[in-house]
Design a binder for this molecule. Structure first.
Ligand SMILES: [Zn+2]
Length: 606
């Protein structure tokens, strides 16, 4: 093997100070003076994070002598010209327990390449090697490594030399080190590892059984796995947390340890269903966004925002298939799937922002809006995940109808994989719409104009009739009502709400979001206000919700609240809660044709 021209070395050298020591040796630096930089963002998470902020004490040397290095901007360094191999060394501060960055302490080390490896300008296409070293000390002697990066001399799960054919590949293989749990199953003819870090008591065998079914469902749908040698689910189990990030041959997941199944349990709890949905989502990305990707991402420009209107297709379609694969694989029942779908619809129906921002706009502005949500988010923006997944559902139903059940969204995904993902061809803006027309055999311009570029609600009631399912709406019964199910007592008095999201505060009930057109907003209450009394009686989060709901629609109440340190009085006209909670019901008198259509949709892909 020829020596890579760029050689990195990384060591979790000071776990107690959360510092990785990193070096980068450039065999043939630019004779005019080498430039290097740190990425500003990590693919899959569309927000500027400026990873250079965690670089400490960067130094350069050549010929055994220090070399001058100056900072050009927030992320870029310029080294003085030299005619010998250039060595850059620096520390990385790693104290963010998320799937997007790096984290290091005495219990484990985790990093994404975008957080730790300098990008060598002009040599991004050159092969590189990484020597991953173990921290020093007896307590680290049993640490192992989990990464999908190609090993050169490193033994399986061992420290040593790894390699990547270019910078893009290097930073797409996150690395976990520590005393993790490990189990392996096979899918698509290759090993799939599940690695769990953090305290947990998960039933690893059961995870393997369920994940194998889900992975096989996706592989069967696309008819093949991309060319990878192994796949790894890297899981960090914590008390509270949720997140996932997709990579070409692995995914990093953060979940609550209570989401994982315990030995002896056989039920699919809601928490475990959420975890499986997350795994399913990230695995689907192995095709959709890691290989079928927007032209704007080929190649990625990690120095600045990269805008595309297409995130609905990459996140929304993926969000549609994540839960669908749970039912298609037989891991959950159709009624459980319909509950999940009803909850997604509820999340969309509860935001007035869906009438102000289109999904295409949400996608384009993800960098400054979706990823930087404030208290006004439900009023002003729409999610390209949730509404995007409903566009995918509607598109699936439309294709099935226009082709008399001969084709479906599955065919569109297979076409995208064969013509774009597999050959590595970027997908131009709006190109997917033309491909959808081709598969459906009809012109869908009007559909995309209304629901993707426009802000109309999707005609779900109509579309779901073809599969014998009724789309129903009702008011939320309380703040914990996520939708997806009918209410038990339909004869109860009308539900009355404040029109705000409330959390407990030591001095009362804090409004963290105030919804458009709701009683709280009309009366002048604002996010951040702390309600202390209603009609002269002290309030907390729980009794505020209960008390409000004990009134009849049309009643008037007086509320005292602090805005910052000023006490203010508000008069609220209470209304019946809006019907913004969705659930789906199987139509028991569906025709045989509708029942067959439902089976074709929820059964294994053909
Ligand atoms: Zn995603």
């Amino acid at each position: 093997m020829t020596e890579p021209t760029i050689q990195y070395r990384i060591c979790p050298s000071q776990p107690e100070a959360h510092l990785f020591s990193v070096s980068c040796t450039i065999k043939a630096p630019d004779s005019q003076g080498q430039r290097v930089s740190m990425p500003a963002w990590i693919p899959g998470s569309y927000m500027i994070r400026d990873f250079a902020r965690n670089v400490i004490c960067l130094k350069a040397e050549a010929n055994g002598q220090p070399l001058e290095v100056i900072k050009l901007d927030k992320s870029t360094w310029q080294c003085a010209p030299c005619n010998a191999p250039l060595i850059l060394s620096y520390d990385i501060y790693a104290w963010d327990l998320s799937v997007r960055t790096a984290h290091l302490d005495q219990t484990h080390a985790y990093f994404n390449g975008t957080s730790v490896f300098l990008q060598v300008h002009g040599q991004e296409d050159k092969p590189c090697s990484v020597e991953i070293q173990s921290p020093q000390g007896a307590k680290y002697q049993n640490w192992r490594i989990a990464t999908a990066m190609k090993a050169v001399t490193a033994k399986p799960y061992g420290f040593g030399l790894y390699s990547a054919s270019n910078y893009d590949e290097l930073v797409d293989h996150p690395v976990e080190m520590g005393n993790f749990s490990l189990a392996t199953f096979e899918a698509g003819g290759i090993p799939h590892d599940i690695v769990i870090t953090g305290q947990h008591r998960a039933d690893m065998d059961r995870l393997c059984v369920d994940l194998q079914k889900i992975c096989n469902t996706h592989i069967n749908m696309f008819r093949e796995l991309p060319a990878i040698e192994r796949y790894i689910f890297l899981v960090m189990a914590v008390g509270e947390g949720y997140g996932g990030l997709e990579h070409r041959a692995s995914t990093s997941l953060l979940c609550r340890r209570d989401d994982l199944p315990l030995a002896g349990e056989t039920q699919i709890t809601e928490d475990y269903r959420t975890f499986l949905g997350l795994c399913s989502h990230e695995y689907f990305h192995t095709w959709n966004v890691k290989r079928i990707k927007p032209a704007a991402f080929t190649p990625y420009d990690l120095s600045r925002e990269t805008h595309t209107h297409q995130l609905w297709a990459f996140e929304g379609i993926t969000a549609y298939y994540d839960d669908l694969a749970l039912v298609r694989s037989g891991v959950i029942e159709p009624t459980s799937y319909l509950e999940l779908l009803g909850q997604t619809m509820t999340r969309v129906w509860r935001g007035e922002g869906r009438f102000k921002q289109s999904v295409a706009e949400s996608s384009f502005d993800s960098w400054t809006k979706f990823y930087k949500q404030d208290e006004s988010a439900p009023n002003h923006i729409v999610s390209y995940y949730t509404k995007g997944s409903l566009i995918a559902l509607a598109l699936d139903k439309l294709i099935r109808q226009t082709t008399h059940q001969q084709k479906s969204l599955d065919d569109l995904m297979r076409l995208l994989w064969q013509d774009y993902g597999k050959p590595g061809k970027g997908l131009g803006e709006r190109e997917i719409e033309n491909l959808a027309n081709k598969i459906a055999g009809v012109d869908l311009t009007d559909f995309f104009a209304k629901y993707l570029y426009g802000t109309e609600d999707l005609p779900l009631a109509d579309l779901l009739t073809s599969v014998g399912i009724n789309f129903c709406l009702r008011p939320a019964i309380n703040a914990d009502d996520k939708g997806g199910k009918p209410t038990e007592n339909s004869t109860a008095k009308p539900v009355v709400t404040l029109g705000a999201r409330i959390v407990n505060d030591p001095s009362g009930a804090c409004l963290i979001q105030v919804f458009d057109k709701g009683p709280a907003q009309i009366a002048g209450l604002a996010a951040g206000d702390i309600v202390v009394a209603l009609n002269g009686v002290k309030m907390s989060k729980d009794n505020l919700e209960k008390t409000i709901n004990s009134y009849l629609p049309g009643s008037e109440v007086k509320i005292h609240a602090f805005r910052r340190d000023e006490l203010m009085e508000f008069t609220l006209q209470l209304n019946e809660a809006p019907s913004d909670t969705c659930y789906l019901q199987i139509n028991e008198s569906a025709t045989p044709e509708q029942q067959t259509n439902r089976q074709l949709w929820l059964g294994q892909s053909s």
